[in-house]
Design a protein around this ligand. Sequence first.
Ligand code: ADP
Length: 199
Amino acid sequence: MTETATARLLIIGPPGAGKGTQASRIAERYGVPAISTGDIFRANITGGTELGKQVQAIIEQGELVPDTLTNEIVADRLQQEDAARGFLLDGYPRTVEQVHALDGMLSGASLDAVVLLDADVDAVVARLLKRAEIEGRADDTEEVIRHRQDVYAAQTAPLVELFSERGILVSVDGLGTVEEVAERIASGLDAKLNAPVGQ
Ligand code: ADP
């Protein structure tokens, strides 16, 4: 891509689909920062900040942080210099309200593509239980994992249709090795970003 081109990208998919792993690869490929709301929240919890204290219990229960708070954090992050030529958002937007807020933040500029990392519930639950043994995330207990899947189905999955209607959805099968999935994403994204609008 040329120096002046932008890449405003999102990755969306159920908890455990591997968004974080793929997000850093996509970000590197397009030369944009990967911005994960989950990572921002976790860093604040670890750092014991005021924000961290506000969101800790919510996250440990697998609930969503309120839209107003989340929107504020993303708006702030997108104003930083490194996001001027694009970004890859991971874990945001997660509700219809957040989609509208993001549209407002971009003030007329549109998103270029949305990667849907698709995977069935049983596969992602199994993955998260395995990750729990390694990373020990407080929201990776079986009960909370199941709840996060329900929250995704109710609040976030409907956004896929919305992005599809906008003609910017790139749907990718999230099952396979990290390499295989990365290749699927790269070819899907390249095709979408080079395609005439609406295709
Ligand atoms: P996962 O996709 O595995 O659930 P994330 O790191 O994306 O992991 O998110 C972890 C938690 O952080 C979520 O369950 C939620 O509590 C909170 N969170 C992250 N992003 C958002 C968001 N956009 N809106 C509300 N809450 C969020």
